[in-house]
Design a protein around this ligand. Structure first.
Ligand SMILES: Cc1ncc(COP(=O)(O)O)c(C=O)c1O
Length: 377
């Protein structure tokens, strides 16, 4: 079931209501189109990484779009998925779990779990033997916004031993990796797939599935990433390295699945001499990822008076958030139109992933619940 669509676009709502708090705009049609793009382009099972945006409207719309399998990191995420889809298949791919969390996962019934060390595999002994256990591989592969291999995953030598152990214990063996988030380079997947094939061959274990992770880049700067080029590379590299009977493929996009379905509208509280801008949201709210991966260039400044887009020659401006903390400032100056004025709305497009999930209510700020729109432009 799709959420009801009350507004044609964010600007219509902003001009009518003149909101003075930051808020998201959600376009279900965009989410459906992205889900379809993954399902028709990726040569395997498309799952969704709930951590990117666990809101009920996202999960409900993905289920309506045909997504039935979800990558969950915690019991809370498991329950959120099952609340909207009681028969959803759960892949529990947070490789570090407490014994209590494993017991809950067993009770809820997860189909697959990732591991990256023998002690974590020991904890999974309470799961039924048919459970798929995916060994998480980590390689020093460039291409992403930051390195996921620093925290999780195991190098090829230890992956071989772990995969053998998974098979010996009677679980269904598989391999997984994550090339790092916001990755637009197909070669990153290629390197991992070649290594995964070598690990399985050396371990002499036939893997049922290869989970190629999330990591697919969302549109943040310049031209939109070519997801189809990544899908094609994954498919050809899997056939090339695994031979005539390749494992079934699984992917678990978070960012690229949901980013484009939301925009964040902030408002200019004040313009200061020297050109700096105070917004009503910042790094403690919906712009938290700006610290780590920048805020991209998909930014529109809208006049609150008539909804027109400001278009004077851009000026690089320091952007501060609304809280009383002086760290509440975007790390780099952002190019904003020279005619920006106090009271204008600054719309950040493509902010559906890791924005709502991470936003805090520090100092009483933080974005409001999403307004549903027919289209975001
Ligand atoms: C195991 C796993 N799968 C998938 C994802 C989603 O990654 P992305 O949002 O980059 O697609 C993450 C992100 O942290 C993850 O840890």
């Amino acid at each position: 079931m799709r959420a009801s669509q009350n507004w044609s676009n964010p600007i219509a709502h902003l001009i009518r209501h003149q909101p003075d708090t930051a808020r998201y705009y959600f376009c279900p049609a965009t989410l459906h189109a992205t889900a379809l793009r993954f399902q028709s382009g990726f040569n395997g099972l498309v799952t969704y990484a709930v951590k990117a945006n666990a809101s009920e409207e996202v999960l409900t719309n993905l289920v309506a779009a045909g997504v039935r399998t979800f990558d969950v990191a915690s019991p809370v995420e498991m329950r959120a998925v099952r609340a909207v889809c009681p028969d959803a298949v759960l892949h529990y791919n947070n490789p570090v779990r407490s014994p209590d969390e494993v017991a809950l996962a067993a009770a809820i019934g997860v189909a697959s779990c990732s591991v990256d060390c023998p002690t974590e595999l020991d904890k999974l002994s309470v799961l039924p033997k048919h459970t798929e256990i995916t060994v998480r591989l980590a390689l020093p592969v460039p291409g992403a916004a930051y390195d996921f291999g620093e925290k999780f995953g195991v190098g090829p030598e230890r992956a071989i031993a772990l995969l053998r152990e998974v098979a010996k214990r009677g679980f269904t063996p598989a391999i997984t990796f994550h090339p790092g988030t916001q990755c637009a380079d197909p070669a990153a997947w290629g390197s991992y797939i070649a290594c995964a094939a070598e690990v399985a061959r050396t371990a002499d274990v036939r893997i049922a599935r290869l989970n190629v992770g999330g990591g697919f880049a969302a549109h943040r700067n310049g031209p939109a990433p070519d997801l189809e080029a990544i899908f094609d590379h994954i498919s050809t590299q899997t056939k090339l390295h695994f031979g005539p009977t390749p494992p079934a493929l699984v992917c678990e996009p978070g960012r690229a699945m949901v980013a484009d379905a939301f925009a964040l509208a902030t408002r200019v509280k004040a313009l200061r001499e020297g050109g700096s801008v105070f917004l009503n949201d910042g790094i403690y709210g919906g712009l938290s990822e700006a610290r780590d991966i920048g805020c991209g260039d998909r930014i529109r400044v809208i006049s609150a008076a008539d909804g027109t887009t400001r278009n004077a020659q851009p000026i690089a401006r320091v952007i501060y958030g609304p809280t009383c903390d002086s760290l509440d400032r975007l790390p780099d100056p952002v190019a904003l139109p020279g005619d920006i004025a106090a009271g204008d709305y600054v719309l950040f497009d493509g902010l559906g992933a890791y924005s709502q999930s991470i936003a805090t209510r520090f100092n009483g700020y933080g974005p409001e619940e999403p307004v549903t729109v027919d289209c975001l432009s």
